[in-house]
Write a protein that binds this ligand. Structure first.
Ligand SMILES: [Ca+2]
Ligand SMILES: [Ca+2]
Length: 310
């Protein structure tokens, strides 16, 4: 009997360290992926401070796209006057609303294969109208699909085409996109698209002031503070019906004195969770198997006769 106990202890002794290591590794992976999912996916894009027409008054400085679960937040930092705080912007007599307002956010879900201009021409864009006073072609705030875009820059003292803008701002960038890429995605002789023309509403949008923005790990809001006006929009990620792992967002004010764009890469978090789940199943199976072996083995590694009878 004593010999049997010693044998089982020897067997347990040879397994425990490996099981402990595997357990710790499993715990580490679980905590890592859980923390990753909780923190969300954050990408911050900066824009030059010398590519706005008419000085720094309408300069755009940054864009951050944050996705957390089914929520997506797009933040814009610019020197644009803040209509949320009672300052609607410069007067613009040509504009129906008589002042320069904020543009719509244009989203290209297929930016790896289709330019912004072509996506608009083919009604493939998504768009977000969040300023009730701007010259958007759609009624009401919200997220829209099947969007064709338009330009309202000329109504607001802006450039008639991209070539005119680039002549006046030769060092221009559109956030993640170089001047050369801007020409490719917008077309040099085309009007600079900055507003929804037509589209179908598919969901709501919430406008958030800087104070209402969520606090995401890895996103330093202070980098956009100072004299910059920071605001954001929030909507359900599922509205975008994402099939690819990246999408591009573009933003310019009505005057198109500056523009910013971001290619937002989506880490394959669901697959990570699938891997963790698979790992969990394998670990559980291995532990159960080893425990069963322990129960079935008796003295000197021979099968336990009682267990065999069962
Ligand atoms: Ca800028
Ligand atoms: Ca720019």
């Amino acid at each position: 009997m004593r010999e049997k106990k010693r044998s089982v202890q020897r067997l347990r002794g040879s397994i425990t360290p490996a099981a402990k290591k595997a357990g710790l590794l499993f715990l580490f992976l679980l905590l890592f992926f859980a923390a990753d999912a909780k923190a969300g996916v954050v990408k911050v894009t900066f824009d030059p401070s010398d590519d706005a027409l008419a000085g720094s008054r309408y300069d755009i400085r940054g864009m951050a796209v944050l996705t957390e679960g089914n929520k997506t937040y797009i933040l814009i930092a610019s020197n644009m006057p803040d209509p949320l705080n009672g300052n609607p912007g410069h007067e613009s007599l040509n504009s129906p609303h008589k002042f320069i307002a904020r543009g719509d956010i244009l989203i290209n879900l297929n930016c790896a294969n289709e330019t912004l201009f072509d996506s608009s021409k083919n009604n493939h864009l998504y768009g977000i109208r969040f300023d009730p006073e701007n010259e958007s072609g759609v009624q009401g705030l919200g997220v829209y699909k099947d969007v064709m875009a338009k330009s309202v820059a000329l109504n607001n003292y802006g450039p008639k085409d991209l070539a005119q803008y680039l002549n006046l701002a030769p060092s221009a960038k559109e956030g993640d996109f170089s001047k050369k890429e801007m020409i490719t995605l917008r077309g040099l002789q085309n009007k600079p698209l900055n507003m929804i023309d037509k589209g179908m509403k598919i969901g709501d949008v919430k406008v958030l002031s800087a104070a209402q923005l969520p606090n995401f790990e890895g996103f330093n809001l202070d980098s956009f503070k100072g004299k910059h006006n920071v605001f954001g929009v929030e909507f359900n990620t599922s509205l975008l019906n994402l099939e690819s792992t990246s999408w591009c967002a573009h933003y310019a004010m009505e005057c198109f004195n500056d523009s910013i764009g971001q290619e937002h890469i989506i880490p394959e978090i669901p697959q990570n969770f699938a891997l963790v789940s698979l790992f969990m199943v394998l670990m559980t199976g291995t532990i159960l198997f080893l425990r069963q072996r322990l129960q079935y083995r008796g003295l000197d590694g021979n099968l336990n006769s009682e267990a065999m009878k069962a």
